[in-house]
Design a protein around this ligand. Structure first.
Ligand code: NCD
Length: 313
């Protein structure tokens, strides 16, 4: 039995046992996530608050569906039209949510570190749905589940992550989780889009994507995070697409049984051509379905009858 979860903020806060438990639980949730089986009453009467202070469609929907398949009630609190845009601080908002009686807060924010701060202030579990450049733990978990379902194990998989590593919370969570599970990770990116501390990440860094592709089991393509670029990191989108994008030529170098993954939303024609998205090795839609199962597992574990006080005692 793994230690109970009180919050889910960053991959590094999880033990290997907790990760295995979440992935095993998510696996059991898959038939419900895929709608092969009806929703279950597990979290009936519990209230999940989706506090989304940054644009997101698919992650918000995924959390919403995950909560509903477990029969929880969901309240949505988005930045637009709420008092957060009127200058109310996150902690004031949290106080209001506590007074309203929510049982768990799912937080998406552009401020790295805000979920940790929130977790210190509130009594209920906080689930980080992406904070700035920092972490996106449920994305990494759903990707690990996808690899595990397809390949049997993550252990020993050669995973190549391509693209905008610098601005990517997905890459940070992904690398931590994949290394914990025994994958070999190679990052391939334009030098301007590699973080300065990448030397300490425990990964191989390569610059020639074509040389790496034949030795890749999982090709993980990151989104170009234009909204986080406040200067030019590459000459033009067309140049990025031709130097770093994945299309027919590169797909020929990728082994026939490899997987092609992307966290979404894809900038079609930039990171991936339409042909790449439709390639039989692409598991992008499976990632989306697995995301519901992983979020169900996380909500279930965070809400399974433990309070912070019980865990501390
Ligand atoms: C990711 C995110 O927002 O961090 N997307 C997502 O959760 N659906 C990846 C990205 O935006 O590139």
């Amino acid at each position: 039995m793994s230690a109970p979860l009180t919050d889910l903020i960053a991959i590094r806060d999880l033990t290997r046992d907790q990760v295995d438990d979440l992935l095993d639980t998510a696996r059991e949730m898959l038939p419900i996530a895929r709608r092969e089986r009806a929703s279950v009453p597990t979290l009936r009467g519990r209230i999940v608050c989706n506090l989304f202070l940054e644009d997101s469609t698919r992650t918000r929907l995924s959390f919403d569906l995950a909560a509903k398949r477990l029969s929880a009630d969901v309240v949505d609190f988005t930045a637009e039209g709420t008092s957060v845009t009127k200058g109310e601080s996150l902690l004031d908002t949290a106080e209001t949510l506590m007074a309203l009686g929510v049982d768990l807060i799912v937080l998406r924010t552009s401020s790295a570190g805000a979920p940790v701060q929130l977790a210190r202030e509130v009594e209920v579990p906080v689930l980080n749905a992406g904070d700035g450049w920092h972490q996106h733990p449920t994305q990494a978990l759903l990707d690990a589940l996808t690899i595990r379902e397809r390949c049997g194990t993550v252990e020993g998989a050669r995973v190549t992550i391509v693209g905008d590593v610098l601005h990517s919370r997905v890459a940070r969570s992904e690398v931590e989780l994949l290394r914990m599970l025994g994958a070999h990770v190679t990052l391939v990116a334009p030098p301007t889009l590699l973080p300065p501390d990448v030397g300490g990440w425990g990964v191989t860094v390569a610059s020639d994507i074509d040389a790496v592709l034949p030795d890749t089991d999982v090709l993980y393509v990151l989104r170009v995070q234009r909204e986080r670029m406040h200067r030019a990191f590459f000459p033009s989108t067309r140049e990025y697409a031709s130097v770093w994008g994945i299309g027919a030529d590169r797909l020929r170098r990728l082994p026939a049984d490899a997987l092609l993954m992307h966290p979404g939303p894809v900038n079609r024609g930039v990171e991936l051509t339409s042909e790449a998205m439709e390639d039989p090795r692409s598991v992008i839609t499976e990632q989306v379905t697995n995301g519901i199962a992983v979020r169900m597992a996380c909500l279930y574990r965070l809400l399974s009858a433990t309070t912070r006080a019980e865990v501390a005692s």
